[in-house]
Design a protein around this ligand. Sequence first.
Ligand code: ASP
Length: 343
Amino acid sequence: MRTTSRYRAAARMIAVIGVVSLAAACAGNGGDGGTTGGGDTAGYPDQNITFVVPFSAGGPTDTVTRMIAEPMAAKLGAKIVVQNVEGAGGTVGAGEVARAEPDGYTVLMHHIGMSTAPALYQNLGYQPLESFETVGLVTEVPMTVVARKDFAPATLQDLVTHVKANADKVTLANAGIGAASHLCGLLFQTAAGVKLQEVPYEGTGPALTDLVGGQVDFMCDQTTNTSGQISAGEVKAYAVTTPERVKSLPDLPTTAEAGLPGLEVSVWHGLYVPKGTPQDAVQKLSEALKTALADQKVVDQMAKLGTAPVPAESATPEAHRTKLQEQLGTWAKVIADAGIKAS
Ligand code: ASP
């Protein structure tokens, strides 16, 4: 059995490929908006926009970002460069964006982890509601419980029995403390009544690579990145963590159907810019987001991966802020009750 630190080292090595750029379509006009919220944004955008993904390339957050980047770039008439700034469950990349120039040219794609980090990390260096302007929600993604394909348990119930009997041996991968997979893993352990050895990576990309390679036993992650491996038979899938089955994975039972109703979670994503970004730029980004989410290619790609764009009324700064506020409260309680701290 490998040690946790060895897994971490492997994960870091894989994550070195983390900075990837996307040449997106450049079309349309450069915008003719006025100036509100401070700062002259007439002509915004007139240079490249960087979309920061706080997890490594090849994971769900990265996948969703790349899906919407091209249609957003086309609508905005600017090139969007996707940059992976991974580490510490998404808090490194989020911190970088919080400290960036509030000019509309640095945008963060984050997920549920934005609402869990304050309860987990003592020295976060940013505050979700105070350090960012919300731009709009993007999608809400179901999670799946998956294992290396030769892992013995056949069903979710078998998995629970197996991990309880082998708690000192079984390894549970995640994408870092505060990552969605970490939260899902915690919910699994609570629902199953077991404490396992967790193996943190810097994103789902490297974690899933090791799961397929058989170096870790099981994990819980978004359908956006497990669907391919499930369909190809590269991993063993036990259940989906939503109340309803996922259309693209019709044979997969829900956790409730499979006997673990306490394990229910899905992963919402949203776009952020640093606090103080001119409202005109925020609105243009939000409009471009709405356009991207209505794009049939995006709808089809998401459906194939078990998810869907949020409705247009949720791709707004207001709806996003309301969701963030509500989720901060929810997760603060879950995390306090579980007694978890990352630092
Ligand atoms: N799915 C990861 C998580 O567990 C993050 C990622 O790689 O996108 O939060």
